[in-house]
Write a protein that binds this ligand. Structure first.
Ligand SMILES: Cc1ncc(COP(=O)(O)O)c(C=O)c1O
Length: 372
């Protein structure tokens, strides 16, 4: 039983076949343009550019807001490494901030304090990069005013959050730019891919230009700056369009799975669900957080029990400030991310999990709980 495998079927086959048979196998093509339009509509953003990965989207978004050498980019310490790497690609310095233990998302009070501290130090903060962790939106009602006061643009890492909302507004639409991922394990997939969204047409035009080797619009190959080969292909966009049609279904299913886990763990002392009660989340992955002092067991014990039954689980990310590659980086910490790393466990949350597969996972967990 895998954590979150992709699910593709006849609809995806028909879209991809259409792309292949149409002859649009080169990067450009009608599916690519339609995919951009459809995702932008879904998220409620004016403009979008489809890219080869979410990481590429983060990189271009940071370049577009002017991040570069000497600048700081504020990054949650609890994230996937791509968020921090994108800052480094621009030459900026990632500075890490801890999370709200209830959700794993950026702690707004701490962010406020960090921005004040950086200002006192005379550092230019090129961007704040909140992450919508495991498909739960960060607290933008608080983050956006804090960043606006500090005059720092927000780039939203919504890689995992397509289909989620915060107070009714869609993930990916907060900030100057938002980034989605369509990696194989994400809520919808193009096997690999991403999208950069913004209401700023110039920003998207700039990123589109940079994503195609910054080629000048003349008949020969003319370049006045360094660009990137970051564009999504028409064939993969076709796959993405089919998946997008199924998004509501996929989110509903993952929310239902979370409910089943919530019911099972409701009466278990010392165990809670991460971002519990946020039904605006897309519930991409469901995570339990175990307080070993109360529960009498550790998240790793449950992981080992389930692994023995061939059920995949995964720890929450190891925080960036603990990663050797970011050793010595500046960080404002409370210990919340470190505790989620040791106490959190992500459970199978895939769309295609059948009733009997889910029953097997729930039985495995119940057996474990009885054995304690
Ligand atoms: C939070 C987060 N940011 C960024 C990325 C990068 O996306 P991609 O794998 O499409 O480059 C991912 C997923 O892989 C992610 O989970």
């Amino acid at each position: 039983m895998l954590l979150s495998p992709p699910d593709v079927g006849p609809l995806e086959e028909s879209y991809v076949l259409d792309a292949l048979r149409s002859g649009w196998v080169a990067p450009a093509g009608p599916h690519l343009e339609a995919f951009e339009r459809e995702v932008a509509e879904r998220v409620g953003c004016g403009h979008a550019v489809a890219l080869a990965s979410g990481t590429a989207g983060l990189h271009l978004a940071l370049l577009a807001v002017g991040a570069g050498p000497g600048d700081v980019v504020v990054v949650p310490t609890l994230t996937f490494v791509a968020t921090a790497n994108a800052a480094v690609y621009t030459g900026a310095e990632p500075v890490f901030v801890d999370c709200d233990p209830a959700t794993g998302n950026v702690d707004p009070d701490l962010l406020h304090e960090l921005l004040r501290e950086l200002r006192t130090l005379g550092r230019r903060v090129a961007a704040v990069l909140p992450v919508d962790m495991f498909g739960t939106c960060a607290d933008y009602s608080r983050i956006l005013p804090i960043c606006a006061d500090a005059e720092v643009p927000v780039v939203e890492d919504a890689a995992e959050a397509l289909g989620a909302t915060h107070h009714g507004r869609a993930a990916g639409s907060f900030g100057r730019a938002g980034v989605l991922s369509f990696n194989g394990n994400k809520i919808i997939t193009t096997s690999g891919g991403g999208m950069l969204l913004s209401d700023d047409a110039d920003l998207i035009a700039r990123c589109r230009h940079l994503s195609t080797q910054a080629r000048q619009p003349v008949p020969h190959y003319e370049h006045v700056e360094v660009g990137y080969n970051y564009r999504l292909s028409n064939v993969l966009a076709a796959l993405g369009r089919a998946q997008l049609h199924r998004l509501d279904d996929i989110v509903a299913r993952r929310r239902w799975l979370r409910e089943q886990y919530a019911k099972l763990f409701a009466a278990v002392p010392g165990v809670r669900l991460l971002a519990d009660g946020d039904w605006e989340a897309n519930c991409w992955l469901t995570t339990v957080v175990v307080d070993p002092a109360v529960a009498g067991w550790r998240a790793a014990d449950l992981a080992a029990h389930l692994a023995a039954q061939d059920i995949e689980t995964r720890p929450v990310w190891k925080p960036m400030h603990l990663q050797p590659v970011f050793g010595g980086a500046r960080a404002l910490l409370t210990g919340a991310a470190e505790r989620l790393f040791t106490d959190g466990l992500t459970l199978p949350s895939g769309y295609a999990m059948t009733e009997s597969q889910l029953a097997r996972v729930l039985d495995g967990i119940e057996q474990f709980l009885k054995s304690r």
